[in-house]
Design a protein around this ligand. Structure first.
Ligand code: 6OG
Length: 169
């Protein structure tokens, strides 16, 4: 059983179109060399929705403007961390702006249907993503809302997890 003094609050945003999803290859920091959505830690005085917009719009990450809707709540613990992670997940089904690489993230589109796969647009690379993503990304793609929790051991592997569909509004 793990106890944590602090929970750090993060956002994670995904752009999902009819047959593709935008992910970013993280070039540095936490989750380096893995694909993920675009997000980060809330700043003091900020709401999660504001932080999610800032992470996209302020060009800190992929330089994108998109109408975001909250679609998930995730909670993670790790035996290697002295804090737990609380993450609000956001989805946008359209965007404006040029998707561009930054110091932190290299964006790339992935196919969400077999028909839309191509050399440029491979299937979602679950083996290069956080281990629990495969449990909730399918709900995100199906336009469902979800909550879930995963607990990671000191070896970095997931020990226990639980994910469920829910409704926010
Ligand atoms: P920065 O350190 O870049 O914010 N994050 C996770 N995302 C997934 N899919 N699975 C996890 O399982 C995660 N733990 C953290 C939250 C880190 C970014 O990584 C996300 C943020 O979007 C353990 O500022």
């Amino acid at each position: 059983w793990l106890e944590f003094d602090t929970v750090k609050y993060y956002t994670n945003a995904f752009i999902v179109e009819d047959s593709r999803i935008l992910l970013g290859y993280k070039k540095r920091g936490f989750g380096q060399d893995m694909y993920n959505g675009f997000g980060g830690k809330l700043e003091p005085g900020e709401t999660a929705a504001q932080a999610a917009v800032r992470e996209l719009e302020a060009r800190e990450e992929a330089g994108i403007v998109a109408p975001l809707k909250k679609c998930g709540v995730l909670y993670f613990t790790s035996e290697n961390k002295d804090h737990a992670f609380y993450i609000d997940v956001f989805i946008a089904k359209e965007y404006t702006g040029n998707i561009s690489e930054t110091d932190e993230m290299r964006p790339k589109w992935f196919a969400t249907t077999a028909e839309s796969e191509s050399a440029d647009q491979p299937p979602i690379p679950y083996s290069l993503m956080w281990e629990e993503d495969i449990y909730w990304i399918p709900l995100l793609l199906a336009d469902k809302s979800f909550v879930g929790r995963a607990d990671f051991g000191a070896d970095g592997n997931m020990r226990k997890w639980w994910f469920a569909e829910t409704q926010f509004d």
